[in-house]
Design a protein around this ligand. Structure first.
Ligand code: PBG
Length: 329
């Protein structure tokens, strides 16, 4: 008696494995998150994100050019706002000459073909570190959505190709889409963080932008009233289908690795591209383990990004984008 089928035949050599490989990583898979700060000549490393930096606008331009030369054609911008400009209504977020608005123009001037995506949420602008307006111990939904729509419009006016609302307010995609259409921005895309979980993996990101929720009495100390409970699966589908109905062009699952079941569920349920955000804590974990010699950095990194794509992601925002592209080129 012989085994009827011998699957190992197709694993015998690198040549045969390459031939039957189902998932290939290329530079086209990546969106590069970039952190921007005020000043000049600044490239400061983020303490909890080794080898990841905040750039002032002059060095943001240099970085954008380098990314383009590596074949990385999309960036996702985040800004670190000084405390003096923070309030509870997102005033600075709408400033036509604010840091985000200038960052968009800087990247577009440096590399006109670069796809520029922008984070739309109030947390970097909020004295409370919340994604929306806080009142009576709550994050106000509709008032926040209205400001977020104005924020998206402001980014579009500055030249953003795609706005990426990461706030999880109900109905904000509809508000945004309606305002963009009303104002003639028909071609501005919306990449919705549609299934965004209340995750402890965002810690290093909040260090990078100094945007963590504050610990003040009567102010919610976490984001659980708007971001999703990580115990839930059906809810992710509901959120995502609603965002598509409301006008999202691309939907996103966030974080990445712990949520690949959700990615596959959503991939099977929708007919728009699905993005994944491999978040700051996922990056920090691997960097820390690799620094100690406990994990092989490059091997684990490739395994992770391949798993994200295999699960159904058409694209991923990843802090590893440059490392990966350098490794595979
Ligand atoms: C802001 C925002 C966060 C991230 C992206 N946009 C943090 C949060 O929701 O608290 C997290 C990204 C990361 O951890 O890499 N709304």
């Amino acid at each position: 008696m012989y085994p009827l089928r011998r699957n190992r035949r197709l694993r015998q050599s690198d040549a045969i494995r390459s031939l039957v490989r189902e998932t290939i990583i290329t530079p086209n898979d990546f969106i590069v998150p970039l952190f921007v700060t005020e000043g000049k000549g600044i490239k400061e490393e983020i303490a909890s994100m080794p080898n990841y930096y905040r750039y002032s606008l002059d060095l943001l331009a240099v970085e954008a050019k380098e990314l383009w030369s590596l074949g990385l054609k999309s960036v996702l911008l985040f800004v670190k706002v000084s405390d003096s400009l923070k309030d509870n209504s997102g005033t600075e977020a709408l400033n036509v000459d604010g840091l985000m608005q200038r960052a968009i123009k800087t990247v577009k001037n440096a590399v006109p073909e670069m796809l520029v995506m922008t984070d739309v949420a109030l947390d970097p602008y909020s004295i409370y570190g919340h994604d929306g307006i806080v009142s009576g111990g709550k994050i106000l939904n509709d008032d926040s959505s209205a400001v977020l729509a104005e924020m998206a419009l402001s980014h579009a006016k500055a030249g953003a190709d795609i706005v990426a609302p990461s706030d999880m307010m109900d109905g904000r995609i509809f508000e945004m889409r309606t305002l963009l259409e009303d104002e003639g921005f028909y071609d501005t895309g919306i990449m919705s963080y549609s299934a965004k979980y209340a995750s402890a993996f965002y810690g290093p990101f909040r260090d990078a932008l100094d945007s963590a929720p504050v610990d003040i009495q009567d102010i919610p100390k976490d984001k659980q009233t708007y971001q999703m409970d990580y115990a839930n699966r059906d809810e992710a589908i509901r959120e995502t289908l609603m965002d598509i109905e409301e006008g999202a062009d691309i939907v996103m699952v966030k974080p990445g690795l712990c949520y690949l079941d959700i990615v596959r569920d959503i991939k099977n349920a929708v007919d728009v591209p699905v993005a994944v955000y491999q978040v700051s804590g996922e990056y920090a974990m691997l960097k820390a383990a690799a620094e100690r010699g406990w994990l092989n950095h490059d091997a684990v990194m490739m395994e992770q990004v391949t798993a994200i794509k295999r699960a159904g992601a058409s694209m991923m925002a990843s802090y590893f984008a440059k490392d990966v592209v350098k490794l595979i080129s």
